[in-house]
Design a binder for this molecule. Sequence first.
Ligand SMILES: *Cc1c(COP(=O)(O)O)cnc(C)c1O
Length: 411
Amino acid sequence: MSWFHQNIKILEKIDPKVAEIIKKELLRQELTLELIASENFVTEAIMQAEAQVLTNKYAEGYPGKRYYGGCENYDLLENLAIERAKKLFSAEHANVQPHSGSQANMAVYFAFLEPGNKVLAMDLSHGGHLTHGSPINFSGKLYKFIHYGVEKDSEVLNYEKIRKLALLHRPKIIVAGASAYPRKIDFAEFRKIADEVGAYLLADIAHIAGLIVAGLHPDPVPYADFVTTTLQKTLRGPRGGLILCKKEFAEKIDKAVFPGVQSGPQMHIIAAKALTFLLAKTREFKDYQKQIILNTRTLAQKLSEKGFRIVSGGTDNHLLIVDLRQNNITGKEGQEILEEANIVTNKNTIPFDSQSPFITSGIRLGTPCVTSRGMKEGEMEEIALYIQQALEKKEIKQKVIDICKRFPIYE
Ligand SMILES: *Cc1c(COP(=O)(O)O)cnc(C)c1O
């Protein structure tokens, strides 16, 4: 970990308090099992790209059309990131400036909706995201969202029901995508529905982008008018967003991002985005994504064998939802008990949950982080056992620390 100590030396001298907190956080990451499905551990190279002099510059505008002087290197960098993103996703146009996944979605809405317009998206309590019309989010305040959900018995999407909702409400945009849905999403089916009602199709692949570029999940790019994603989840890049779209929408999307919802782009993050797109084309990345799927499937299977109920009966992707009702604990309690044993998860609503989003009946488990550490199926079996034992209030924290020590994140 010499690079880490090297990197923090100056900060330690000038601000020992902040440096101390960062060192504590490194230790926390190394010694806990991180199972939060939306997180990942970036490589040292990504952190190196993020932590550069590029942070110093305002580069408002786009390559060749900046508002400030001195942007020649930023033009080179942003063009490189755009070209790599287009190539990676086989997309006609890419905007690499969104500061986050939420701002990517905001830009698409701003470009193609007027306040009060209708949008059809997935219900939050069934796996949708805040920006898919939560009443406490800008999306739910500005637009009229109608929500589709999963079936009560199978807990998977029913495209015929989504089609009926679309025909009934005639939304201007249909959003396909989720934060807590363990099954594949059929973007071709969504396209058919959107065409039938004359709606735009937005595919929000924030969680599954890594799986998609590795060819392990259906690809929305041929079907969707706009694709939004984050980079920090399965793509294993810096915190930030990306919008892909058809050429005909490029101008509107670019204007919505800047000057519509953002001003200066974070060029140091765009450097790390360019690197993320390069790495995502490698053989190693594809193998990594394959291992994520194997690990998640194994974890679901082992938990199921131990008597846990897995929402929808399993998983096709990087996450699974455990229904804790039959264990007589809430999602909130489950999260807290596991955290005592150094297993970090998040409480999550299950479909048709009778508990509030602050309590919930389930927990969401994802494997991108533990897979980044090099863990495989054997370790998933161990983790399933530790989850069971921790929830039975057995003392297993030391075992969790031991497995973490066997798989250091940063050498
Ligand atoms: C994570 C997520 C986002 C938002 O990403 P942020 O970078 O946290 O703003 C948007 N949509 C979905 C489906 C997500 O899971």
